[in-house]
Design a protein around this ligand. Structure first.
Ligand code: RB5
Length: 142
């Protein structure tokens, strides 16, 4: 599976941790930056992650900022993206089962690293349920 990953300065440290973990597990990652803790604007990175997923170049995306809010709004501006800000494992599971979320957003200043990695695990290992949920996500595209 190919995953696009991006963040702003507030998410940089967590992005590197998530990247190391997923690379060691055999995922192919496309890192869209940012690549330091120097202040940048999250819309640039949310858009970049969203576009990689919407174009089909990547199967899924992970986007990180301080709260996760700004970058999730940015990702969701790209047509075809269903970005979900998840700060619990349950939300990660639901976002996949019910919403077929194709981008996971994390708030690096809101959750600790251990929880963030558990959320990533849950999100990547949970499948979409389809059925009535498919009808609903199709409605999102109309
Ligand atoms: C950066 O200070 C912060 O505003 C950003 O990371 C994010 O939390 C925005 O939603």
């Amino acid at each position: 599976m190919k995953i696009a990953i991006g963040c702003d300065h507030a998410g940089y440290e967590l992005k590197e941790i998530v990247k190391d973990k997923l690379t060691s597990e055999g995922y192919e990652l496309i890192d869209l930056g940012t690549n330091s803790s120097e202040s940048v604007d999250y819309p640039i990175y949310g858009k970049a992650v969203g576009e990689k997923v919407a174009s089909g170049e990547c199967d899924k995306g992970i986007a990180i900022c301080g709260t996760g809010i700004g970058i999730s709004i940015s990702c969701n501006k790209v047509k075809g993206v269903r970005a979900a800000l998840c700060n619990t494992e349950h939300l990660a599971e639901m976002s996949r089962e019910h919403n077929d979320a194709n981008v996971l957003c994390l708030g690096a200043r809101e959750i600790d690293k251990e929880l963030a990695l558990k959320i990533v695990d849950k999100w990547l290992s949970t499948d979409f349920l389809g059925g009535k949920h498919l009808r609903r996500i199709k409605m999102l595209e109309e």
